[in-house]
Design a protein around this ligand. Structure first.
Ligand code: AMP
Ligand code: ZN
Length: 148
């Protein structure tokens, strides 16, 4: 029987980011406050790649309380600004994977901050032109499910 994911923010045994937050697994930290930590990614996509992680364990975006979520972008703004100044880069990607199918390997919500340089090879390219006969129907499937 599959175990239901924990949704109350409590620590999860065996979760690598819960253990980093508790100081039981080492990390190279760049920031911490009572609710968040930020530390260097051990398999970086680019020099200076780091992660912003709430100390509380929530798996995907939908689980994260709005109050906590409201603090994520101001923190990303602050820390990415520090990275741009400190590393001398002019741009970065914020990346956030939700679910295994989207490439989420660690099921404890986190945001990647990935500094970008002129000739790096981070694979983010413009997509192919959309099929304009289909796009309105795809949009409608989303629009009809927007809750307030
Ligand atoms: P994601 O695919 O969005 O779940 O990304 C998980 C990220 O966590 C990957 O980029 C990993 O390199 C990174 N990661 C996993 N374990 C550690 C760790 N112990 N310390 C730092 N970064 C980690
Ligand atoms: Zn966790």
């Amino acid at each position: 029987m599959s175990k239901e994911p924990r949704r109350d923010g409590g620590a999860v045994e065996g979760c690598v980011f819960c253990q980093i937050a508790a100081g039981r697994i080492p990390s190279i930290r760049i920031y911490e406050d009572p609710e968040f930590i930020a530390f260097m990614d051990i398999a970086s996509q680019a020099e200076g790649h780091f992660l912003i992680v709430p100390r509380a364990h929530y798996e995907v975006l939908a689980d994260l309380p709005d109050g906590l979520l409201a603090k994520v972008l101001p923190l990303a703004k602050k820390l990415s600004g520090a990275a741009m100044t400190g590393l001398g880069v002019e741009g970065f990607n914020l990346l956030q994977n939700n679910g295994e199918v989207a490439g989420q390997a660690v099921p404890h919500w986190h945001m990647h901050v990935i500094p970008r340089r002129g000739k790096d090879e981070f694979p983010f390219h413009p997509g192919a032109p959309a099929d304009l006969t289909q796009l309105p129907f795809v949009a409608e499937n989303i629009r009809l499910n927007v809750n307030s």
